[in-house]
Design a protein around this ligand. Structure first.
Ligand SMILES: NC(=O)c1ccc[n+]([C@@H]2O[C@H](COP(=O)([O-])OP(=O)(O)OC[C@H]3O[C@@H](n4cnc5c(N)ncnc54)[C@H](OP(=O)(O)O)[C@@H]3O)[C@@H](O)[C@H]2O)c1
Length: 291
């Protein structure tokens, strides 16, 4: 039995679909407010709880062999990116779980002071490494599926919003490839007790993305490119009313202000470890947008 947290998220939902296609037993950790009917229809076992509650985590881990931690935090890095994962790891040990897959983030080890999610991820990575469990830590770059709404908006309006430096590099990964890597991590020997960066096969500049989308829809893009200063202004103003949201924007700003791409060596290692060729962003978008 696999336990998947964040089962209704971009990554978790894709993982649950893949596991069910392979007819594996899945316990999907969801909230009562989550949109989980599709997962239920696919035959996942629905566990309703809240990752802020230790008791829910302990109960969800009973009788599982594999744990895939793929939840997000919506701004509360301490409770969800940090504490919930520590509790999942402790419960995994108590239940003699065979393998723990943790979805971290590319750059978790760069010491970004202003990004609570990155700090929490690094602390959890360290805790998992010294837990005695079999583990795989995956550090993805940006997800291709997160670009689908932007592409749909482009299809309707011709506009594309690109905040920050258009020359910053990224290696956006196909969400389907990432799900396959996550699922295979529990059986592929070379992935055991490894920290792996996960990106797509190409290093793109962020300005390449609207060009790809424009090629797909055969339409010239109207790119709106506000500077990072706009995010700084928003953060400053928010700080007066909501310090928590201001801190969460620190992670967002870090994502926009820095480069997140995998080296050619990291991609080659990934393809060798999991024995398949990674999909390009253009191929993913054409497949998912059916164009
Ligand atoms: N997206 C990226 O580009 C990217 C890149 C690198 C790493 N990552 C990491 O990958 C992980 C998943 O990302 P994602 O983009 O797939 O996430 P997402 O789409 O934002 O989904 C977040 C998931 O976490 C669940 N969740 C949030 N709070 C919860 C709580 N209190 N109790 C139970 N479930 C809760 C949400 O449930 P609801 O449906 O109820 O809201 C949802 O299923 C995150 O840890 C993220 O840091 C993401």
């Amino acid at each position: 039995m696999f336990l998947v947290t964040g089962a209704t998220g971009g990554i978790g939902r894709t993982v649950v679909r893949l596991l069910r296609e392979q007819e594996k037993q899945v316990r999907a950790f969801v909230r009562l407010t989550s949109r989980y009917s599709e997962l239920e229809q696919r035959g996942a076992n629905i566990f309703i709880g809240d990752l802020r509650q230790e008791k829910d985590i302990q109960k969800a881990c009973q009788g599982v062999q594999y744990i895939i931690s793929a939840h997000g935090s919506g701004g509360d890095a301490l409770a969800l990116d940090y504490r919930a994962n520590i509790e999942l790891i402790d419960s995994a040990k108590a239940n003699q779980v065979q393998h723990f897959v943790f979805i971290s983030v590319l750059g978790a080890d760069r010491g970004y002071e202003d990004a609570p999610v990155f700090k929490a991820k690094r602390a959890v990575e360290r805790y998992l490494e010294s837990s005695g469990l079999n583990y795989t830590i995956l550090r993805p770059s940006g997800l291709a599926s997160d670009l689908l709404p932007l592409a749909e908006r482009f299809r309707e309006t011709g506009f594309y919003l690109l905040v920050g430096d258009p020359k910053n590099r990224t290696s956006t990964v196909s969400t389907d490839d990432l799900a396959r890597i996550i699922v295979d991590s529990v059986t592929v020997e070379a992935a055991r007790n490894q920290i792996l960066s996960v990106g797509g096969p190409e290093i793109l500049m962020r300005e390449d993305i609207p060009k790809i989308i424009s090629r797909i829809f055969n339409r010239e893009p109207l790119i709106i490119n506000p500077p990072l200063l706009a995010v700084d202004g928003l953060r400053g103003a928010l700080g007066f009313f909501n310090p928590q949201a201001q801190k969460a924007l620190g992670t967002f700003r870090t994502l926009l202000a820095n480069e997140f791409f995998c080296t050619r060596e990291e991609i080659a290692k990934l393809e060798t470890t999991f024995n398949f060729e990674l999909e390009t962003l253009e191929s993913f978008l054409r497949r998912r947008l059916a164009v």
